[in-house]
Ligand binder design. Structure first.
Ligand code: ZN
Ligand code: ZN
Ligand code: ZN
Ligand code: ZN
Length: 425
């Protein structure tokens, strides 16, 4: 039997999960119907396409791909399919390695389906959270909600984070300690026929244990209600529906600081109210209504407050964030040259700085930057004083603390400029 035929036979036994595992390990897309996934794997096995794709990065051939199929199949036989299902998480999202043939590496302990719809059924169309410690699966139909009703399946984002992982990146000052209420979707309770926004809401209970209460007695711990727009274009922020009306144990809690009718802009964000004073031991009642056509989810978490200093300590040291040459190359790219231009290969910073003028003022505070920070994925050269941890004030893109680095280029200029000033003084 040739490679293709034997793999085809084995793939026939695979469920969606095993197919996705193999695709993950191959670094290929896991989206689509079951047959699409099978076809994608077979395409690699049939013409060695994979070796073309990865010729530069690694020497992956169809033999390796066949070995993955074989290994997965043998594991299904040895441990029983259900057992395998609980171990079969892929690893491609961890670190940078696109491909990992080491199928015996310790996998994430189980495949979790946690969806704000409340069911944990495995369906054909699921998407996995990017976060390495999470890897939770959700139903695409439940969470990828297009802004306007479109035909066919909505656009699935390249990088997807579940609500819990979005939340943990939304505000570095709050560390999630526990989830007394995992996110639940608000449901439309009244859809008006005149085209105005439907009333939506949810009523839930959450439980606080004695241990939770002991924790909450400490000053730095609190209970927080939070709300998020599903499929928000700005992923790492909270957002409450229009005219949000939140009640905890019958007590009205102010959820937002903006007027109920005002839309949250691309650079705005809501907070999650602290509900510690209205929460009690045991069962607590929570309700939220709003008047909004979009889909939101509501949750309750126990949080621990971080200090500014703790957050600053989490940002990698300048020497660990980015090489100076890379920073210089970016600056050159942004001013229209390349790193090999004469002007740029000159390491005399004052000359470089003189030739095009850089702004050493923080766009947030307006004063001279002390430590110039940036979000690593930003393409522009502008920096800001390390004081914002969630959104770039230059391009307004939404990032989280884990993406922040010290800009070695700007930092060298600012420290030189400062030193110059001190020397004069
Ligand atoms: Zn769901
Ligand atoms: Zn992982
Ligand atoms: Zn997640
Ligand atoms: Zn930016």
């Amino acid at each position: 039997m040739d490679l293709l035929t034997s793999c085809k036979d084995k793939l026939a036994y695979f469920r969606i999960k095993e197919l996705k595992d193999v695709l993950t390990l191959l670094g290929l897309s896991k989206q689509g119907k079951k047959q699409d996934l099978v076809d994608r794997i077979l395409a690699i096995l049939s013409d060695g396409q994979v070796s073309k794709i990865w010729a530069k990065k690694s020497a992956i051939g169809k033999e390796e791909a066949a070995k993955l199929v074989d290994d997965t199949y043998r594991k299904m036989q040895v441990s029983g399919a259900t057992d395998l299902a609980s171990k079969g998480q892929g690893t491609s999202n961890c670190g940078n390695s696109k491909f990992n043939v080491e199928i015996d590496e310790p996998f994430h302990s189980d495949t979790k389906v946690r969806c704000p719809c409340g069911t944990s059924l495995e369906t054909e169309l699921m998407i996995k959270c990017e976060d390495c410690k999470c890897h939770v699966w959700q139903h695409i139909g439940c969470i990828i909600i297009p802004e306007e009703a479109m035909e066919g399946t909505p656009q699935v984002p390249d990088v997807f984070y579940c609500e819990i992982c979005r939340l943990s990146r939304a505000d570095p000052f709050w560390v999630t300690v526990a989830h007394p209420l995992y996110p639940v979707k608000l449901a439309a309770t009244n859809v008006p026929t005149d085209g105005s926004s439907p009333v939506q809401g949810v009523e839930k209970t959450f439980h606080l244990t004695r241990a939770d209460k002991d924790l909450l007695a400490k000053q730095e711990y609190d209970v927080q209600a939070w709300c998020m727009l599903l499929n928000d274009k700005v992923p790492f922020r909270m957002q409450w529906p229009h005219y949000a009306d939140l009640q905890v144990n019958g007590i009205a809690v102010r959820a937002i600081n903006r007027p109920g009718s005002q839309l949250l802009g691309a650079n705005g964000r809501d907070d999650g109210p602290i509900i510690t004073p209205c929460a009690k031991d045991g069962i607590n009642k929570l309700s939220l209504t709003g008047c909004d056509a979009r889909i939101f989810c509501l949750g309750v978490r126990i949080v621990k407050r971080r200090t500014v200093q703790q957050i600053l300590n989490m940002i990698p040291k300048e020497s660990e964030g980015e090489r100076f040459e890379d920073a210089l190359a970016r600056v050159c790219r942004c001013v229209g040259g390349t790193a090999t231009d004469n002007a740029c290969s000159d390491s005399d910073l004052e000359v470089v700085a003189d030739s095009f003028g850089v702004n050493l003022r923080c766009p947030m505070s307006g004063s001279r930057m002390k430590v110039a920070g940036r979000f690593k994925p930003c393409a522009h050269m502008g920096c800001f004083d390390l004081e914002v941890f969630w959104q770039c004030p230059i391009c307004l893109k939404n990032y989280s603390l884990e993406n922040i680095i010290v800009d070695p280029y700007f930092n060298r200029i600012t420290s030189k400029a400062l030193r110059g000033r001190y020397n004069r003084d």
